[in-house]
Design a protein around this ligand. Structure first.
Ligand SMILES: C[S@@+](CC[C@H](N)C(=O)[O-])C[C@H]1O[C@@H](n2cnc3c(N)ncnc32)[C@H](O)[C@@H]1O
Length: 246
């Protein structure tokens, strides 16, 4: 098995290669539905006046911008990604947006967030968690930086239940997506994408991991026939023996 740091380096390299065409291919390959998934997910943000929301694995910043749009103007959005090439693209989009004064960007890995304990009202990670090599550590880090009562919102691809939808989905992910991705961008990356989606745990297994990381009120809802799942979890208001306090 590959060493975790080496695997993370490879994933970062891969995102660097696809960064210039990432937005274009996202819109093309999802037929624009990805915008609706993000818009719906940000409705779950919990934030106080002058609060802080963290967008992890922000990529080109779409989720951070949706979060800014959906929250009170007093709320600050901090967006991080471990791939500087993605962050550069996000920066240009944020500067050109009406939310430029409310979104701050940085380079950071989900498994080692450079923030103090208990500071964020909500944390989001959209289509990022399946790429995090040490997933439990990543979730524990998110738990650590959230305030008691803070919320985690995760969007991720999932395997649909319906046999017909599953067949179409597998054809799309295994055949169509690598072919189209290869035409416009790095073909290796668009072969990795379906593999990473298909190996991601099912909803029940992933919710168990969220509970293991310390979250409560863990739930999920599916979008677009179950091809995407939105997971929610709250950091308990009172620390339990399980919680990861300093
Ligand atoms: C599929 S993109 C999703 C980007 C964005 N959230 C969106 O909704 O379009 C995945 C992003 O996760 C980032 N990523 C992968 N592993 C990471 C990690 N361990 N820590 C931080 N970012 C990571 C990649 O660099 C990439 O930008």
């Amino acid at each position: 098995m590959m060493e975790p740091t080496k695997k993370s380096d490879q994933i970062r390299e891969m995102f660097k290669k696809i960064a210039p065409r990432y937005d274009f291919l996202n819109r093309l390959l999802s037929l624009g539905i990805d915008k609706h998934w993000r818009r719906d997910a940000v409705k779950n943000i919990r934030s106080r006046c002058a609060g802080r929301v963290l967008d992890i694995a922000t990529g080109t910043g779409d989720m951070a911008l949706e979060a800014a749009k959906a929250t009170d103007p007093s709320v600050t959005i901090i967006a991080v990604d471990f791939c500087p090439a993605m962050v550069d693209i996000a920066r240009n989009k944020i500067i050109a947006s009406p939310w430029r004064d409310r979104v701050a960007l940085g380079v950071a890995s989900c498994e080692a967030l450079p923030f103090q304990n208990n500071v964020y009202d909500s944390a989001i990670i959209a289509f990022g968690i399946r790429n995090v090599v040490n997933r439990l550590l990543g979730l524990e880090e998110i738990f650590r930086i959230l305030q008691p009562g803070g919320r985690i919102i995760i969007l991720e691809f999932s395997t649909p239940q319906s046999k017909i939808v599953k067949t179409v989905y597998h054809f799309y992910f295994r055949r169509l997506l690598p072919a189209i991705g290869g035409l416009f961008s790095d073909s290796g990356a668009y072969r990795y994408l379906p593999d990473s989606v298909l190996e991601f745990p099912d909803q029940d297994a992933f919710k168990k991991m969220l509970i293991e990381a310390g979250f409560e009120n863990v739930s999920h809802s599916v979008y677009t026939c179950g091809i995407v799942t939105c997971y929610l979890g709250d950091k308990p208001l009172t620390p339990s023996l399980h919680t990861h306090q300093p």
